[in-house]
Design a protein around this ligand. Structure first.
Ligand code: GZL
Length: 333
């Protein structure tokens, strides 16, 4: 009797294996159907929704272009939303993508918190979410497929180490912070503080957000120079655009940026290299925005059901005036 049971259960097992094999190879569910059709150039195009923070900086504009260019290159239909810096617009855009039944969502989250509800809706709709450029804090990391970003703490540390070397470990620093609640603002502050902790004569004498924008970077620097203009020896900006604004403010105050006050920042955009060649910016830590290829590789892997690493770190380098002129022609953004 036991034998018979074994025989029939063996038959069922064989059938199940055969059925699974057929499903795998023909890709019977919607996602893999779309995926295989798309990669073979036939059938329904992949449709991907991209929720972008805004256009607050040269870096952001370069990131948007990279995602759009890669979508075009891969024949993907991209539904793009510029949230104009408002999280509520990102949440609305993601819900719209879900309602339209996109195949996948790419999200550059403005801030770290508030994403659980909408990501649960995406998960319920079986739409994978790829995070680019900034991380989020969620209790369940199955709510996103992967994060492709730089290590912002490391960037802050690299900036601090460069400044310590440049100044012999002595500096009175104004810190221009990025957008409140944004991962790069939180972590670049953390990394820089950790980097200067070993140097008791490197002090942050004032810190304020310039929201990653040139204009606000200039305004905040003008105000802080009125209060600290006599003491400050260096300005550390969380991105190049705020540093370029600070440079304008330093000049307006009758001082020489890059000489009277050292200016260092993060991103490595072309205009930062031009400012270093002019001697007005001293250092920038690269933060690569060209995330399009990696983002769409992740989309394709997620749709195939492949396991993805939860985080892919983008490698960054430090540039200063000694390397700026030679590197400027190579800059892609
Ligand atoms: C970094 C990115 C930051 C840039 C800024 O990944 O989120 O936002 O450093 C941009 O220029 O505004």
């Amino acid at each position: 009797m036991k034998h018979t049971a074994t025989t029939s259960s063996l038959r069922w097992t064989a059938f199940a294996i055969l059925a699974a094999a057929i499903t795998t190879f023909t890709g019977c569910d919607k996602k893999s159907d779309t995926q295989s059709a798309n990669s073979q150039g036939g059938g329904k195009k992949l449709t991907v929704g991209f929720s972008q923070v805004g256009a607050e900086s040269d870096w952001r504009v370069a990131e948007t272009k990279s995602i759009k260019d890669e979508a075009a290159k891969r024949g993907v239909e991209l539904k793009f939303n510029d949230a104009e810096g408002k999280v509520e617009n990102q949440l609305t855009a993601i819900r719209s993508f879900i309602a339209q039944g996109v195949d996948a969502i790419i999200l550059a989250p403005k801030v770290e918190t508030g994403w659980e509800p909408v990501l649960k809706e995406a998960k319920a709709a079986k739409i994978p979410v790829i995070l680019v450029d900034r991380g989020i804090s969620v209790s369940d990391d199955s709510l996103f497929a992967t994060l492709i970003a730089s290590d912002f703490v490391a960037e802050g540390k690299l900036a601090a180490e460069w400044l310590a070397k440049k100044t012999g470990g002595k500096a009175k620093i104004i810190e221009l912070e990025g957008s409140p609640g944004a991962a790069p603002a939180i972590d670049r502050k953390k990394g820089f503080a950790a980097g200067i902790a070993a140097f008791p004569e490197m002090k942050i004498i004032a810190a304020q957000s310039g929201d990653f924008e040139t204009g606000k970077g200039k305004e905040v620097t003008e105000t802080l120079l009125q209060q600290h203009g006599k003491d400050v020896t260096a300005i550390y900006a969380h991105n190049d655009n705020m540093a370029l604004g600070a440079i304008e403010a330093i000049k307006a105050a009758g001082k020489k940026p890059g000489q009277d006050i050292i200016v260092l920042s993060i991103d490595g955009v072309k205009s930062a290299f031009q400012a270093m060649v002019k001697g007005e910016l001293n250092c920038t830590v690269e933060c690569n925005p060209l995330l399009g290829p990696a983002a769409f590789d992740a989309v394709e892997k997620a749709l195939k059901g492949d396991k993805l690493d939860k985080k892919t770190i983008v490698q960054d380098r430090v540039f200063d005036q000694s390397s700026a002129a030679a590197e400027l022609p190579n800059r892609k953004y």
